[in-house]
Ligand binder design. Structure first.
Ligand SMILES: Nc1nc2c(ncn2[C@@H]2O[C@H](COP(=O)(O)OP(=O)(O)O)[C@@H](O)[C@H]2O)c(=O)[nH]1
Ligand SMILES: [Mg+2]
Length: 277
């Protein structure tokens, strides 16, 4: 059957590239975990995919073997919510010496002082997982699931801009060269809106903010990469198990692994850029 053949081809593809992917991940993990003193700031709205990405990068989640629903284990990456904005949280990989009381002001100060080697901003084109709440309890719930989803996605996209806005100031004043990686996770959920998503991150406010950093710091001192990825494949559902949107039909394991490969290539290019002085 044609479908069987496609599935087999996808798995075969992942299998064929297994060693290469492993090798690449190994280098990135060493970089991520063991740089003395300076960490990588992973920041973004709650539910966007930061912990998932941190687990992939730190090596505690093997995305070729593990199941997303086994995610609740501790993974050696410190994570906490910002006090004046509990929807936004940050993840700090091992090697960082920040204390837990860190909040926006501390993040901004540390970033501005050059304590981070780079920043990974995790977005999800609005698909921020709702925790501890039914969508019907959410203030944006009106009458229907559909109208809720539209309003919610819009609000979450605005929130992504808010997070970026907060970090561009200190990023600009940080001494020396800095990189920023924009990850747009959950491609498996928004793949059918890929042109809209692409416009959101490459035109308008998001791109303008980063252009300003680049102009002010100078292109040699600032590098930005934008990658879209599916970190796992899963329906968009609340922590109460309500499905708000199914993942895009046809977005399969092959797409997911392929997107992770591109994500790792982008991270690797930042690692190489950083090493060039
Ligand atoms: N469909 C889909 N779900 C994802 C993706 N990345 C993360 N998730 C899920 O989104 C939820 C929130 O992810 P998490 O990493 O905890 O977000 P955080 O709050 O930013 O740390 C979890 O249920 C993840 O399994 C993705 O690329 N696609
Ligand atoms: Mg998290």
């Amino acid at each position: 059957m044609a479908e069987d053949w496609l599935v087999l081809k996808g798995l075969q593809w992942a299998w064929d590239h297994f060693d290469e992917i492993r090798d690449r991940i190994g280098k990135i993990r060493t970089w991520f975990r063991f740089d003395p003193g300076r960490g990588i700031l992973i920041i973004g709205p709650g539910g966007a995919g930061k912990s998932t990405l941190a687990r992939i990068l730190s090596g505690d989640f093997d995305w070729l073997l593990d199941e997303p629903w086994r995610y609740n284990e501790s993974f050696g990456v410190e994570e906490f919510a910002l006090k004046d904005d509990p929807k936004t949280n940050i993840v700090v990989p091992p090697g960082q010496t920040h204390r837990r009381e860190t909040l926006w002001a501390d993040v901004e100060r540390n970033l501005g002082a050059g304590h981070y080697r780079g920043v990974i901003v995790v977005n999800a084109f609005g698909y921020h997982t709702l925790a501890n709440l039914s969508y019907k309890e959410h203030p944006l719930y009106d009458h229907t699931k559909e109208s809720f989803l539209t309003a919610y996605l819009e609000a979450c996209r605005r929130d992504e801009l808010t997070v970026l806005k907060r970090i561009v100031g200190p990023l600009t004043t940080a001494p020396g060269r800095m990189w920023l990686l924009s990850v747009v996770a959950k491609e498996d959920l928004w793949d059918s809106d890929t042109q809209l998503a692409s416009r959101f991150y490459t035109e308008g406010e998001y791109a303008n903010l980063l252009d300003t950093v680049s102009r002010t710091k100078g292109a040699v001192n600032f590098r930005h990469e934008l990658v879209k990825a599916s970190l796992v494949i899963s329906n968009f559902e609340t922590s109460k198990g309500e499905i708000l949107r199914k993942n895009t039909e046809g977005y399969d394991h092959r797409h997911c692994v392929g997107s992770l490969r591109l994500l790792l290539e982008a991270i690797n290019s930042l690692r190489e850029w950083e090493a060039k002085s």
